[in-house]
Design a protein around this ligand. Structure first.
Ligand SMILES: C[S@@+](CC[C@H](N)C(=O)[O-])C[C@H]1O[C@@H](n2cnc3c(N)ncnc32)[C@H](O)[C@@H]1O
Length: 212
């Protein structure tokens, strides 16, 4: 099966990308070093449907980059919901704010610039209903451990890149720091009895975890 043809087929049979996100993607490809980090339409539509279904009140995203996924989460989330999104790279702040201001969902997004590992402790326990982890692979276990008590029981954690371009099953990469981070994380949650989990083969592997 040709992966690219399947992706094109999916893209031509799902909801199209909102114009603002198309413009954001174009600008990211022109101005940013690693534009492929943004979620894209397949994952973006998935995140939007997820928030429409779950109706979460308080969402946390670790790793904003351009704000693409934050706006997709916001698009489906209820009007009174709040999406806290944390980005460590302060050079992204004006890019993100430019799009938050133009979006009809931008008012739901609360952008915090800083290190998620330092900012998360300020939130109360049992606060978030939905958390999207999409930042530094080396720190996946640390993010998971620091957010766990901040999640409500029954809350959902989504983790991106849990296949890490197939490196998780390739011996050649097993000592690479980022691959080690993803491998440790996948093992860490496999052994955690407090959760239910499944890995979806969307894009680069999307793990869905439910806190019991
Ligand atoms: C893959 S990109 C996020 C993509 C975005 N969620 C999307 O889907 O459109 C990862 C981002 O995480 C940020 N990041 C890395 N470590 C972080 C940390 N400790 N706290 C907050 N952000 C971090 C990086 O600067 C980068 O912009």
């Amino acid at each position: 099966m040709d992966e690219f043809k399947i992706e094109d087929y999916i893209l031509s049979h799902i909801d199209s990308e909102p114009d603002l996100l198309k413009r954001m993607t174009r600008e990211a490809h022109i101005k940013l070093l690693r534009p492929r980090m943004l979620s894209g339409n397949i994952q973006g539509r998935f995140l939007k449907i997820l928030t429409s279904l779950l109706k979460p009140e308080n969402i946390l995203e670790i790793g904003t980059f351009t704000g693409y996924s934050a706006l997709c989460l916001a698009e489906g989330a209820p009007e009174n919901s709040k999406i806290v999104t944390i980005e460590i790279d302060d050079e992204m702040e004006s890019f993100i704010n430019k799009y938050l201001l133009q979006s009809e969902y931008g008012h739901k997004v609360d952008l915090r610039i800083g290190d998620a590992l330092k900012l998360i402790p300020q939130y109360n326990n049992n606060y978030f209903d939905l958390i999207f982890i999409d930042a530094n692979k080396r720190d996946f276990v640390a993010y998971y451990d620091i957010i766990f008590d901040k999640m409500k029981n029954g809350g959902i954690i989504i983790v991106d890149n849990t296949f890490w371009n197939g490196k998780v099953i390739d011996e050649e990469f097993k000592n690479d720091e980022q691959t080690k981070g993803v491998l440790q994380f996948n093992k860490h949650i496999q052994e955690d009895p407090r959760i239910e989990k499944v890995i979806l083969p969307i894009r680069d592997g999307l793990t869905i975890i439910r806190k019991k």
